[in-house]
Design a protein around this ligand. Structure first.
Ligand code: SAM
Length: 216
């Protein structure tokens, strides 16, 4: 039975990313880490294609199910583990609860993906540089890193040290010779449809960065 995420469905660019990972690895089961995976919007599509996924989030309800309360009232969230069970994909995905800054495995992956997690307010005790360096350290040489980063468009993100302008991202990746930036696209503000935790249609401004680790 196919399940769906309360965060919505991935964009077509995510499927192009999965295809690109398959092209840089000879394994029929590429290893992908999804940091800040919530209830699996990006995890299940990869697992269905044969990827082995390390899926991490600090939010226990998103991983294992429960009730969330937001402006729309109470929302029942089945959670990632239950979705995997329903689709018979438990063996392909390691679900890890905790802060990625403290719970990262000591192995590397063919690819690492993270979307909108670094800018969360619970991460303000880290610098963005520390977090991006940690996430990047999980990518094997020759592997790929994809980060959807939030830009300071909404009032609440303006001035947040972990939500700098696009120039910060360009400088970080271009000043390190371990990365070859494949694309770094700054999108215009876009309408994101209502999803759990943000139950009204809303505007965000995103950047999409894809880089290959060219050396250890
Ligand atoms: C914007 S949500 C996106 C969720 C998911 N990427 C998606 O779009 O379906 C970011 C997620 O990152 C998680 N997160 C934030 N800080 C984290 C941390 N330090 N360690 C692990 N997960 C974290 C949040 O709990 C949240 O589920």
């Amino acid at each position: 039975m196919k399940t769906s995420s309360l965060w919505g469905a991935p964009q077509s660019r995510y499927y192009r990313f999965l295809q690109r990972i398959q092209e840089v690895t000879e394994s029929p089961n590429p290893a992908l880490a999804v940091i800040g995976c919530a209830d699996g919007k990006y995890v299940l599509p990869a697992a269905r294609k044969g990827f082995t996924v390390w899926a991490n989030d600090i939010d226990e309800v998103a991983l294992f199910g429960g009730t969330k309360t937001d402006a729309s009232g109470e929302v029942l969230m089945p959670g990632l583990a239950s979705r995997l069970k329903s689709e018979g994909l438990e063996d392909s995905v390691e679900v890890v609860h905790g802060d990625f800054m403290e719970n990262c495995p000591d192995r590397t992956f063919d690819a690492v993906f993270t979307s909108g997690a670094l800018q969360y307010s619970n991460n303000l005790h880290h610098t963005l540089e520390e977090m991006v360096t940690k996430v990047g350290s999980l990518v094997r040489p020759g592997g790929l890193l994809y980060i959807d980063y939030m830009l300071p468009y909404e009032e609440k993100y303006k001035g947040r040290p972990t939500c700098p302008d696009a120039g910060w991202w360009k400088e970080y990746f271009e000043s390190r010779d371990e990365w070859d930036v494949k694309h770094n696209r700054v999108m215009p503000p876009t309408l994101d449809r209502a999803h759990v935790e943000y139950p009204v249609d809303h505007y965000h401004q995103w950047g999409h960065l894809l880089a290959e680790r060219v050396r250890a």
